[in-house]
Structure formats: structure tokens, C-alpha cells
Ligand binder design. Structure first.
Ligand SMILES: [Zn+2]
Length: 283
């Protein structure tokens, strides 16, 4: 009987150990997710304006990524729609359709989905798009997303992870960018449009405009990345659910196994006592 109790104890100790390992795995997983870089950056940057298009493709791409990561998740959370007149609306990126036609097969192989030609780098593919498919750009409206780069810190994001001497703060440029930033806040989130617009206006000023200063060490995007937050939360919830299910099924399995062992032992004991009784009757 004592051996039976010890056997049961060992099983529950194993279960406890598994729970501890599972919880540790969840915590470590979350930590790894949080250490992921906010933005990977582009190795190759091309700032030059090309041909008749006076809009930088690479800066538009950077602006698009910043908006996707640091603005849109928060705007979507509030179910707010950016107007077409708002210059931060991703629809106002003239390169949007062409960017979707670029296929990264691997880091050193990029394909143009218009003509299926492949290139060694994204930079070469950008050149190809400018040389061969410029006619596919809709130039009818002023839709250069790179024009808002000064306000939303494209240079800061593009220089992340790159070594270089710290530049001196250009006070005139900072004032100009802050003014552009504030005008974007007013036009995209007019406070008179209601409570949600007012909240997003305040958010935009904190997230993008406050860091346009030469005083102290400005913190860019203080409200963080909406994409990373959502992904981390989703991954943590998924992991937690999987672990809970595993623990549940393991507990059910161990419980059933223990019950079967107990039933077998009881049967054995019963048979043993019947045999014993029969033997004692004989004598
Ligand atoms: Zn092509």
C-alpha cells in the first residue's frame, strides 16, 4: 500500500515539475519576443530622386513602415478612419502598388512581379521599377509619403543600428519638422471631430511631435510599437492556452492511469483474499 502511495506521489511530482518548466518556457518566450528589434532597417538606401518623379522611393518606404508600426495599430484600435486628405493615409503613397509587386525570394534575390525578372538586391529592383515601370505610377495626385518624413522621424529610423557620429541638432530644421508634425495632427485628427479624434490628436502629438526638440535626449515613439505589442500579446495568449491544454490532458491521463492501477490492485487484493479464504476452509 505504501509503495502504491509513493507511486502516486511520484506522478504528481512529475506533473508539478512539468508545470514549472511550462511556465518558465512561457516567460522566456515573452522575453525573447520583447528583445526583437523594433525595425530591421534597410541595408541599401537610395535617397536620390529619379527621373520625373520628385519623390524618394526609399524614404516613402520608410515612412510607410513607421506609419504601419507606430500609428495605424493605435488608430485601428479606436476604429478611426483616416481621411483621404490626411497625408499620413497609406493610400497616399504613390509607390504602394509597386511595393506589393516586389517579391523577396531570398535576401539576395528579388523579383519584379510585373515582368518576372530577378535582381540581386532590392536596390537593383527599385532601379528597374523606375526605369521600366514608371508609367504604372499614378502621378495625378500629390501622393508622396516621403514628404512627411521630417515629421515622423524617417532619418532616426533609417539610422538605427548604424554606427556614426552624433549629428549636431539643427534648431531651424527641428522647428520646421515640429510645425509639420503638429499640422499633420490637426489635419488627420481634427479635435472638433469628436472625442476619438481628440484622443488620437493627443496621442499623435506625444508619439511623434514631442521629440522634435534640441533639449535633452528626446525619446522617439514613447507609446511604443503597436505591431510588436499586438504580436507579443497574441503569442503569449496562444502559448498560455497551449500550455493549459497540455497540462489538462496530462492531468486527465495521469488520473486515469492512477485509477486503472488502483482498480487492478484492488482486484488483485480481492482475488488474493478469496483464495486465502478458500484455502482456510479446506483446512
Ligand atoms: Zn519588371
Amino acid at each position: 500500500m505504501a509503495a502504491f502511495v509513493n507511486h502516486g506521489k511520484r506522478r504528481w511530482m512529475t506533473l508539478l515539475l512539468l508545470v514549472v518548466i511550462a511556465v518558465q518556457t512561457t516567460l522566456c518566450g515573452s522575453a525573447v519576443l520583447d528583445r526583437r528589434p523594433v525595425y530591421d532597417g534597410r541595408k541599401i538606401e537610395r535617397e536620390a530622386e529619379e527621373g520625373k518623379v520628385h519623390c524618394s522611393r526609399s524614404r516613402s518606404r520608410t515612412a510607410h513602415k513607421i506609419i504601419d508600426e507606430y500609428l495605424l495599430p493605435f488608430v485601428q484600435q479606436k476604429s478611426y478612419n483616416l481621411s483621404s486628405a490626411c497625408r499620413l493615409n497609406p493610400e497616399n503613397d504613390m509607390f504602394k502598388d509597386q511595393e506589393l509587386k516586389k517579391d523577396m525570394i531570398r535576401v539576395s534575390q528579388w523579383r519584379c512581379d510585373y515582368c518576372k525578372k530577378t535582381f540581386r538586391s532590392e536596390d537593383y529592383l527599385d532601379n528597374h521599377m523606375d526605369n521600366r515601370h514608371l508609367d504604372l505610377l499614378d502621378l495625378s495626385a500629390n501622393r508622396c509619403l516621403a514628404d512627411v518624413c521630417g515629421a515622423i522621424h524617417c532619418d532616426h529610423v533609417a539610422s538605427q543600428g548604424k554606427a556614426g557620429a552624433k549629428k549636431r541638432c539643427n534648431r531651424a530644421a527641428v522647428i520646421k519638422n515640429k510645425h509639420l508634425c503638429e499640422s499633420l495632427a490637426s489635419s488627420c485628427f481634427p479635435p472638433e471631430d469628436g472625442a476619438v479624434a481628440l484622443q488620437l490628436n493627443e496621442f499623435f502629438l506625444r508619439q511623434f511631435c514631442d521629440s522634435h526638440t534640441c533639449d535633452g535626449t528626446p525619446k522617439h515613439f514613447p507609446r511604443g510599437s503597436g505591431v510588436r505589442k499586438n504580436k507579443s500579446l497574441f503569442m503569449a495568449v496562444c502559448l498560455f492556452t497551449i500550455i493549459l491544454l497540455l497540462i489538462f490532458y496530462l492531468a486527465v491521463y495521469l488520473y486515469k492511469k492512477d485509477m486503472n492501477i488502483s482498480a487492478a490492485r484492488l482486484k488483485h487484493l480481492r482475488q488474493h483474499s478469496i483464495l486465502k479464504a478458500q484455502k482456510s476452509k479446506k483446512y
